[in-house]
Design a protein around this ligand. Sequence first.
Ligand code: AMP
Length: 359
Amino acid sequence: MTGCTLAPGATIGILGGGQLGRMLALAASPLGLRCHIYCPDADSPAFQVSDAFTVAAYDDEAALGAFADAVDVVTYEFENVPEATARFLESRTVLRPGARPLGVAQDRLSEKEFLASIGIPLAPFAPVDGPDDIAAAAQVAGLPAILKTRRMGYDGKGQTRIESLDDVHAAWERIGKAPAVLEGVVDFALECSVIAARGADGATAAYDIAENEHRDHILKWTHVPASLSGETQAAARALGIRVAEALDYVGVLAVELFVVREGGSERLVANEIAPRVHNSGHWTQDGCLVSQFEQHVRAVAGWPLGAPERRCDVVMENLIGQDAENWAEILADPAARLHLYGKREIRPGRKMGHVNRVK
Ligand code: AMP
């Protein structure tokens, strides 16, 4: 099935109906491609801009089968698609990227073991299956350390910092007593990410490195260019491409990275992989001829990748919760491009949209 190439007018099925699915559908449209979104939530932002949608659970095999029959290729916009769903769809149609990157990225331990196996630098880590494992794990990870659940953690959820071994039982309670990984705290100078793409033909591309600033554990700003040496940026792009190649990946992925500065030099430490388009790549919508969304659509369609070159400097700001109420002010700025996700209700911490300010 690796040779599947869509013709204009074909339909891409997307698992997940959030803002990433919405922006994928918006990017597919000018290429003459249709999108069919599959999401259990009847009020999904992506439904508003897609040709068709299915509201059904991820384990509803009858609905998944009908979805597979209705589309020409399937992709996903979030990494917690159950692996069984991905395997089921993979047996019925073409799934790009495949089920393997999901399996790797859904479990922090398998993700770290995979990254380590291909020589990507990481913080020291050890698995933790109960509070009694933490002392031994701390011998490897050092202290202070961060205890992270293996599954379902994002935006700082499912993780807690451990300063001393007196804290192990409380820390185990704080993360909900779930299988975990203990990792050493990285004394980073900044956080960045690489957005890389691999086509069905094996061609690769990587965008300029994004420098990321978080607020309350949620991405708030991305700056491009990043304040990193050219050498570090090239190393980060190569790292992203190495991950995509090792996963035999088709589509766009992100790798979140820490940058450590020591004695005038910079060193990259990988944090995690997102096997999908990523919030830190939203700047590409207004900073590049081919955005990360179009790039992903091209890849899953079996089309050639587009040029990832950056055309201008961009600061992307996420509009979180009530930030979105400033839409009129943003529209008045000639250097700003507003992207709202069509979510009905503003809630604290909810990603409502973003703005790309270009220079
Ligand atoms: P994560 O959920 O793994 O993306 O972590 C969320 C945030 O916690 C990261 O963006 C960092 O700011 C911080 N963090 C996670 N792991 C580490 C670490 N090993 N050392 C220092 N900070 C970390």
